[in-house]
Write a protein that binds this ligand. Structure first.
Ligand code: ADP
Ligand code: NA
Length: 329
């Protein structure tokens, strides 16, 4: 029997945050032992909003380096850049034709991202359709499961619905994908507004920690993180800022929330925040060193993404040919 397969990706629309690291990348490294993994840098998703070309290209390569520096092994996994495998765009169109406007309109991420935009003319139809491209990403590899943060759960459910629809319209073609959400710290919140998820698209840099942030920047951002006037480290929804920091510390150090509450019993937020900042610096210092090393030998990275694209294309083309044949193309 073949190992179960997973697909996942991060879009290079901004520098990667602690949310991407704990909600995605770190978990991917763990999964590579048990699953056959396809991990992508999904640049076609990034261009649903305007990107500066040189920046996009540079960031895409940096993210590949971050994957590897965070423990994802290119010998064990298929690491590739989405646009290098043209089947994604093609399959996406084929699936767009069996997806309704209604179900895309119900995607909460789309609603959130466009809530503040008053004029429909200012929203690209790519942003509206992007869950279909994500569906193609997953289905092309016949992925059994998709590890994502809770924010992406609805999109994976849509992928499953579309797969099921195609299977019943034509005949069994796609494996139906399940979601894998990491147990700890599935959602890292915004440091300035802990009711929102931490995102690289945020305008305020104090809202997020970047994987590549310098130690002094990490310390400053954590010291400025919004808490409350209660002054006691608890793990409760009444203290969302503190709760988020407890979750971060737990995810980095393997503690349970109760243990953290116990540890800071009788201490103030300054001590607590210092411990969170230390944990982040400990985690990211070696990752950053490795990223810099990898980026200094670009030919090695190039070899990795070329090999990855070859391997990914082989699988993706196989599925795409099946789709075309069944549709009558
Ligand atoms: P972003 O929202 O930062 O642009 P992406 O949409 O590229 O991130 O998401 C890439 C992966 O990172 C997804 O699996 C997503 O669930 C995860 N992720 C992003 N932000 C967070 C967060 N704040 N907490 C947990 N996981 C996150
Ligand atoms: Na997102």
């Amino acid at each position: 029997t073949r190992k179960k397969r997973i697909f996942s990706g991060v879009k290079p629309s901004g520098d990667l945050t602690l949310g991407n690291y704990l909600g995605a990348i770190k978990n991917w490294a763990t999964l590579q032992e048990e699953y056959e993994c396809f991990y992508s840098i999904v640049d076609l998703h990034a261009i649903t909003v305007k990107q500066e070309p040189a920046e996009l290209r540079k960031r895409t390569l940096e993210i590949l380096a971050i994957y590897i520096a965070s423990g994802i092994d290119p010998e064990k996994c298929t690491l590739f850049i989405q646009s290098h495998v043209p089947a994604h765009s093609e399959a996406s169109w084929l699936l767009t034709c069996i997806t309704n406007m209604g179900e895309l309109s119900r995607m909460t991420q789309y609603k959130d991202k466009t809530a503040k935009v008053k004029d429909n003319e200012a929203i690209s139809s790519g942003l509206f359709n992007y869950p279909v491209l994500m569906t193609a990403d997953i289905l092309l590899y016949q992925a059994d499961a998709v590890p994502v943060g809770v924010d992406q759960k609805q999109h994976v459910e849509l992928a499953r619905d579309i797969a099921q629809r195609f299977n019943s319209m034509y005949s069994d073609t796609f494996v139906l994908p399940d979601v894998i959400v990491p147990k700890e710290a599935a959602k890292i919140m915004d440091l300035q507004d802990p009711s929102r998820k931490m995102s690289k698209s945020d305008d305020n840099p104090n809202s997020f920690i970047l994987i590549m942030d310098k130690p002094e920047v990490i310390r400053k951002k954590i010291s400025r993180a919004v808490t409350d006037s209660i002054g006691v480290v608890n793990y409760t929804d009444e203290q969302p800022g503190v709760k988020n920091l407890v979750n971060i510390l737990c995810a980095l150090k393997g503690y349970k929330p109760d243990e953290v509450v116990e540890m800071f019993n009788g201490k103030g937020y300054a001590d607590f925040k210092a411990a969170v900042a230390d944990a982040l610096v400990d985690e990211f210092t070696p990752v950053q060193a490795k990223v810099r090393e990898l980026l200094s030998e670009k030919s090695k990275l190039e070899e990795i993404y070329k090999k990855g694209a070859e391997r990914a294309s082989y699988e993706a083309q196989k599925t795409l040919r099946k789709m075309q044949k069944k549709i009558g193309l």
